[in-house]
Design a protein around this ligand. Structure first.
Ligand SMILES: C[S@@+](CC[C@H](N)C(=O)[O-])C[C@H]1O[C@@H](n2cnc3c(N)ncnc32)[C@H](O)[C@@H]1O
Length: 283
């Protein structure tokens, strides 16, 4: 299709990364086709309405709106997750955190009969909570966020995957949202971890479209880790674990923060590019 070529060149000229992929994703969304099928419809001419809608998508992408917001969703651990400006777009590396989480819950649930409980601290779109619930049918998940707007999106996503009965959403600042006396087998979180001064230099797709409260980790990016290291322990059951995603280059600082608070670090896992990105520890 000529439109693929022209739009790719246009996006490239405007400095959008991976312009052909972006064009294909938008066109596949417009035509409601899997991307790979676009080329089977190579000779298909777009209607005037389709051309107008596609131009609008391309204009939005040139303004650096993330493709996930334009198409309205993204895939996370094979689950379709609605995204909009109220929530961080789920990232591929966070899938590794989800997998570590559901494997741990899966082991616990083998203790017969046991229904492990997990808390997702800062749930955003709900992607982690939903992936845990979807992959460990015995687990009960509690998902908190300070943003009521994000929780609304997370609730919709849980509904989309028929998991509302096993995920409880909690509004509030960190552990203040947790009902008194509640304890978890797993506390999992991908907290905000960008140093405040670095936010202005991020890609426009992130800087201008992810919510600031999903990014800002304080002066050195580690504020939430300090908080979690101090506050999380009373909310963990004996034998429970904390699993946290952190930014590239933060492993040393985070290890130190947790050891200072007498946590035992079980593992630091790497992402797809072999950079350390996940802390697993117990109290
Ligand atoms: C980096 S995003 C992660 C979202 C989602 N868990 C993911 O992995 O895609 C961090 C989330 O923490 C939430 N958050 C920020 N400050 C918080 C606080 N004090 N208490 C609870 N949640 C908070 C933000 O609203 C945001 O949704």
């Amino acid at each position: 299709m000529e439109i693929i070529q022209r739009s790719t060149e246009f996006l490239e000229a405007k400095g959008v990364e991976t312009p052909r992929l972006q064009t294909e994703l938008l066109l596949a969304h417009l035509l409601q086709l899997p991307r790979m099928q676009l080329y089977l419809n190579f000779e298909r001419t777009l209607t005037t309405t389709e051309v107008a809608r596609f131009r609008d998508y391309i204009k939005r992408r040139v303004r650096r709106e993330p493709v996930q917001h334009i198409v309205g969703s993204t895939s996370f651990c094979g689950l379709e997750i609605t995204t909009n400006r109220q929530v961080l777009v789920p990232r591929p590396e966070t899938e590794l955190l989800a997998e570590a989480g559901w494997k741990f819950l899966g082991q616990l649930s083998k203790r017969d009969p046991y229904s492990p409980a997990a808390m997702d601290f800062g749930t955003g779109s709900g992607c982690l909570a939903i992936a845990l619930a979807a992959n460990c049918s015995a687990a009960r998940i509690y998902a908190g966020d300070i943003s009521p707007e994000a929780l609304e999106v997370a609730r919709q996503n849980a509904g989309r995957h028929l998991l509302t009965e096993r995920i409880e959403f909690m509004a509030g600042d960190g552990f203040a949202a947790v009902p008194v006396g509640m304890r978890f087998d797993l506390i999992i979180s991908n907290p905000p971890y960008i140093p405040t001064a670095e936010i202005g230099g991020l890609q426009p797709e992130v800087r201008d479209y992810d919510p600031p409260c999903a990014l800002d980790g304080g002066p050195d990016g580690l504020d939430f880790f300090r908080r979690l290291a101090v506050e999380a322990r009373p909310f963990l059951k004996a034998g429970g674990k904390i699993m946290l995603e952190f930014g590239d280059g933060q492993a040393g600082g985070i290890w130190e923060i947790f050891e200072r608070q007498k946590w035992v670090v079980d593992a630091v896992e790497k992402d797809y590019t072999q950079r350390p990105r996940i802390l697993i520890a117990h109290g």
